[in-house]
Ligand binder design. Structure first.
Ligand SMILES: NC(=O)c1ccc[n+]([C@@H]2O[C@H](COP(=O)([O-])OP(=O)(O)OC[C@H]3O[C@@H](n4cnc5c(N)ncnc54)[C@H](OP(=O)(O)O)[C@@H]3O)[C@@H](O)[C@H]2O)c1
Length: 268
């Protein structure tokens, strides 16, 4: 199997590296193309991928074409590859807001996967949600899933609306965590901790809590109940969050990202 990644930016290279490290594919079976010849020249010196700058040299050789350019470059790329594609090829797009029907209409391909990754993919801890067009067989779907899993975990969803929804949860989600971390670090600084200590206090608290959660079958609510005793310190903090409706505000934020993903899809 040969995979071609179009767009050697943050995400394109993240997936190329992930696939390469996983040993699912032989290194020479990962092809990468970017429009910048200089970048490709550089990449061919430092990486183990086959680097290309001409579509005609790599698109016909690929079984799977992975598109990782910005959404506003999508149409140009689709039109450019149209002359080189074959019906049996599978196309995976990670571009926000670019729908399966757009991809089918412009490329003429029918085996389409639309996926939504998130930032921790860069360290192999990502979450990619994906949806397949009906023309993708089960075996092909499992193959694609194993490729997506090389950057973390994947979740298959049943329709494209849930891809937009996952943008509001896992796609934009790392920023919500950073927001919470920032607030806690600011509180720690105001309490008198140094910047270094504030960072360690908060970072290790997040890591520890998430690990605890992952290693148990308990819900976040159950963990909160375990930690918060009546009249205690944690209860005081949780009561303050409840009084200020933080739970509702977080949900509202996630829905704002979801709505924006839908809007961006319409604009595209
Ligand atoms: N970063 C994330 O966390 C994240 C999360 C979810 C989804 N995504 C999606 O992932 C996609 C890629 O994002 P990114 O952050 O990796 O972008 P990026 O770093 O800008 O990478 C895109 C690369 O594609 C190149 N390119 C543009 N037009 C091209 C063409 N016609 N042919 C070949 N290469 C071309 C760009 O070159 P130039 O720089 O010269 O234009 C750039 O090197 C986006 O569509 C985004 O919606 C990203």
């Amino acid at each position: 199997m040969k995979v071609l990644v179009i767009g050697a930016g943050n995400m394109g290279l993240t997936y190329a590296e992930g696939m390469s490290k996983s040993k699912l594919l032989k290194k020479r079976n990962i092809m990468v193309l970017d429009k910048s010849e200089e970048k490709m020249e550089e990449l061919s010196q430092i990486s183990h991928f086959d680097a290309f700058s001409e579509l005609g040299d790599c698109v016909p050789k690929a079984d799977i074409i992975f598109i990782a350019v910005k959404p506003y470059h999508a149409e140009t790329v689709f039109k450019a590859i149209k002359g080189f594609v074959k019906p049996e090829q599978i196309i995976i797009s990670i571009m926000a807001g670019v729908t399966i029907s757009t991809i089918k209409d412009i490329t003429g391909l029918s085996k389409v996967i639309r996926a939504m990754p998130n930032l921790p993919a860069q360290i192999g801890k990502g979450l990619t949600s994906y949806v397949t067009s009906p023309e993708v067989s089960r075996i092909e779907m499992l193959t694609v899933e194993s490729l997506l899993d090389t950057t973390g975990k994947s979740v298959r969803v049943s329709n494209e609306n849930l891809i937009d929804a996952s943008t509001g949860i896992s796609g934009s989600g790392p920023a919500y965590v950073f927001y919470f971390m920032q607030s806690m670090m600011e509180a720690a600084l105001q309490m008198g901790f140094s910047k270094t200590d504030s960072t360690v206090l908060v970072s290790q608290t997040f890591t520890g809590a998430v690990e605890l959660f992952n290693q148990s079958n308990l819900s976040p609510n159950s963990w909160m109940e375990k930690v918060a005793s009546k009249g205690g310190t944690t209860r005081a903090a949780l009561d303050s969050m409840e009084d200020n409706n933080v739970n509702e505000l977080i949900k509202e934020a996630a829905f704002a990202a979801f709505s924006r993903a839908v809007e961006l899809g319409k604009e595209n």
